[in-house]
Write a protein that binds this ligand. Structure first.
Ligand code: ATP
Ligand code: RIB
Length: 309
């Protein structure tokens, strides 16, 4: 089983700060790093590290060649990473030193310059029954969902960052939808601090053929499939940087399902993997390897041959 991830590739400029900069304020950061990132790239790295054959499609500029190399080093096929005339997308990420929380400013750049003809060509090159994974950092995602469906692909979507436009996406065509609590609230017209179970129920009503996962940060994650609900609490860890927690969850959840695990085990796997990600700094670089998850005695009991955590 293979996954085509049509998604963003960003150069992440990461600043360590005492607090997020306020309007009118000038703040000196205590650390600065340039990392490979983008929700697309991070999710491809997670999928591949979790042991699934992954092809990444997307667009960078000539300034972003190291992103392609990062994907290749993680074992991702980059035949469909195109190099265009526009500068590579980038993110300015403030990471608050005390909490590990982040605030992100995006410049989409080349990520939103992908031609429909290239999208069609790449989708049609995939065997029927393969998975297509999408986020909301490239152009024409609704087109990719519809065309992917017409090509016989199974579709997983993480509509992040969530914008007004996502409300009009054909989400009912997707087999798997993964959102965080804020995105779920936006898509269901509920308050962000509302009942996440009702949000999941509302999303499942709107998309009856989809499995819906809502990630809840330090509280874990909830999966709703039809009327069935599975809640898995987060694994408590000391948080260094939450960047790409959601991306790790998405990659590991999909990978675990494709590796034949049931939904509850896949949820536990994704919760476990993302707890490792938040415990260390960075985006793609903080995503654990398959061995760190599947061979970790906290997750897999070697003697009993059972997954727990
Ligand atoms: P991000 O945008 O920072 O990548 P997100 O908002 O998409 O993340 P979250 O719901 O914050 O997604 O986190 C995804 C998963 O990561 C959670 O479901 C949880 O399993 C894990 N996680 C997040 N924060 C923590 C934490 N503080 N401690 C342990 N696990 C965490
Ligand atoms: O989800 C984390 C990612 O969001 C970062 O790597 C940044 O590039 C933004 O796209």
């Amino acid at each position: 089983m293979q996954v085509l991830n049509f998604g963003s590739l960003n150069i992440d400029h990461v600043y360590t700060v005492s607090h997020f900069v306020a309007p009118g304020e000038t703040l000196a950061s205590s650390g600065y790093q340039v990392n490979a990132g983008g929700k697309g790239l991070n999710q491809s790295v997670a999928l591949s590290r979790a042991g699934v054959r992954t092809l990444h499609a997307g667009m960078i500029g000539k300034d972003g060649l190291f992103l392609k190399e990062t994907l290749e080093a993680a074992g991702v096929n980059t035949d469909h990473v195109m190099i265009g005339e526009h500068p590579t997308g980038h993110a300015m990420i403030q990471v608050e030193k005390s909490s590990g929380q982040n605030a992100i400013l995006l410049y989409p750049g080349a990520n939103v310059e992908i031609k429909a003809s290239d999208m069609r060509r790449i989708l049609h090159s995939m065997p029927q029954g393969s998975w297509l994974l999408l986020q909301n950092e490239i152009n024409a995602v609704p087109f990719l969902i519809e065309e992917g469906k017409a090509c016989g692909l199974k579709i997983a979507v993480n509509p992040a960052p969530c914008t007004e436009a996502v409300r009009t996406w054909p989400l009912h065509l997707c087999d798997l939808i993964l959102v965080n609590e804020i995105e779920a609230a936006q898509l269901t017209d509920m308050p962000a601090d509302g009942d996440f179970r009702r949000m999941a129920e509302a999303m499942a009503e709107r998309c009856p053929d989809s499995e819906v996962v809502i990630t809840l940060g330090s509280r874990g994650a909830l999966c709703r499939s039809g009327k069935e609900e599975i809640m898995v609490p987060a694994r408590p860890v000391k948080v260094a940087d939450t960047t790409s927690a959601g991306d790790t969850f998405t990659g590991y959840f999909l990978a675990a399902k494709l590796r034949g695990m049931d939904t509850e085990t896949a949820m536990r796997c994704a919760v476990f993997a993302s707890s490792i990600t938040v415990s260390r700094p960075g985006a793609a670089g903080s995503i654990p390897s398959a061995d760190e998850v599947f061979r970790n005695p906290d997750f897999f009991n070697q003697e009993k041959g059972k997954y727990h955590a």
